[in-house]
Write a protein that binds this ligand. Structure first.
Ligand SMILES: Cc1cc2nc3c(=O)[nH]c(=O)nc-3n(C[C@H](O)[C@H](O)[C@H](O)COP(=O)(O)OP(=O)(O)OC[C@H]3O[C@@H](n4cnc5c(N)ncnc54)[C@H](O)[C@@H]3O)c2cc1C
Length: 347
């Protein structure tokens, strides 16, 4: 069975390795535009200069997985066309092209590695007292703001959001985030952002866009461009395709590596079942926590119900920073080893 995996993020790398390990006689080709595995959940560290966010993909993949460095341009009838003019046949394809954040003019997208690298260079050269604006009051915006403010206390850092800060957290965890922003001297501006103004650097932490490949290939997508899937994560347009991670419209899911990794694993297991002439099982996954770093030495871990709504328990401070760091490390271990177990979703 020829299997092509499009996208080597958390979902795609997990899927490729797990198919190679579990599916009978599968030849797996992983297509990705660069030879690196980008740890998107560390891009705010890359920007602030407190950490790195990429490692060679070759070191992440099982020997039997063939890495093809190119971008997929169009998914057709059992064949995927690549930007370098080549095309690859497949019996099954896992669509894991993830998020493609494009920042407005004058801003850098936190979730796009090339933008993050440019922003890091610019930030490193900013003089004392320069103003940095971070746009977006969700978890990525908070992680970016606190990382920059704690690494560069000499700068004036603002968090700009047209909605509440950290709306997905519970009341006490939200209060803790507000207290840390205050301690770091961050000014929170409740307004709709429309231009960089006199900010020396603007970081765009609003991440709702996904790859346009599914739509460009004529496959059914939702209003955000995510591939619409059935209960087993198969495309409703073509049962040979599975969609996973940020690029898949999975009901009840959230754009996160917490969801991307089990979805990649599930698609692999479904293909392994098909390789034994068995039908794929329905996908089910329950969330456990929302982990937020607040610089390298602080953080918040919000326990959540399986449907991702906040539960009462939460953890703050150094202990939470430690937990978050272990979670980040475990994503790499899981995708590389392709070993992962998860809780079923709410009934
Ligand atoms: C700063 C930051 C912090 C975050 N923190 C957390 C966190 O703490 N916890 C959490 O759960 N989530 C977090 N997230 C969200 C998380 O990073 C994403 O939800 C996750 O990366 C989704 O994984 P994925 O595999 O679907 O997509 P991605 O990781 O985006 O990978 C997609 C891959 O597909 C490739 N690709 C794109 N187009 C093509 C194409 N046409 N052909 C071939 N390949 C293609 C890309 O180059 C990329 O390698 C964070 C995000 C950011 C930006």
């Amino acid at each position: 069975m020829k299997v092509v995996v499009v996208g080597a993020g958390y979902a795609g790398t997990m899927a490729a390795n797990r198919i190679a390990r579990r599916a009978r006689g599968a030849q797996v080709t992983l297509v990705n535009p660069r030879p690196d595995f980008v740890e998107r959940i560390r891009l705010h560290e890359l920007i602030a200069g407190s950490g790195g966010a990429s490692r060679p993909l070759a070191a992440m993949l099982r020997e039997s997985v063939t890495l093809r460095v190119a971008a997929a341009q169009k998914i057709g009838d059992g064949v995927v066309a690549l930007t370098d003019g080549d095309a690859i046949d497949f019996d099954r394809l896992v669509y894991a092209a993830g998020g493609t954040v494009v920042a407005p003019e004058g801003a850098f997208a936190v979730g796009a590695v090339d933008d993050a690298r440019r922003a890091a260079d610019q930030l490193a050269n900013l003089p004392t007292d320069a103003r940095v604006d971070v746009v977006g009051g969700g978890l990525t915006g908070i992680e970016t703001t606190t990382e920059v403010a704690s690494e560069r206390p000499d700068l004036r850092v603002r968090l700009i959001t047209d909605g509440p800060v950290a709306p997905s957290l519970g009341r006490r965890a939200r209060a803790r985030v507000a207290a840390v922003l205050d301690r770091l001297g961050v000014e929170t501006v409740r307004a709709e952002w429309n231009s960089p103004g006199d900010a020396a650097l603007t970081l765009w932490a609003v991440a709702r866009q996904v790859s346009e490949l599914a739509e460009a290939s004529g496959l059914e997508v939702d209003t955000d461009g995510r591939m619409v899937v059935d209960a087993s994560l198969r495309s409703v347009s073509d049962a040979r395709l599975y969609a996973v991670g940020d690029a898949a419209a999975v009901p009840g899911s959230r754009m996160s590596c917490q969801a991307a990794i089990p979805q990649g694993a599930h698609a692999a297991d479904a293909i392994a079942r098909e390789s034994r002439n068995r039908a794929p099982k329905p996908y089910s996954m329950g969330f456990t926590a929302q982990c937020v770093s607040l610089g390298r030495r602080d953080g918040v871990v919000q326990r959540v119900h399986r449907d991702d709504s906040p539960a009462g328990a939460w953890l703050g401070g150094r202990a939470a920073a430690f937990v978050k760091e272990q979670v980040c490390r475990s994503t790499v271990v899981a995708t590389r080893s392709s070993q992962y177990a998860w809780m079923p979703g709410p009934s």
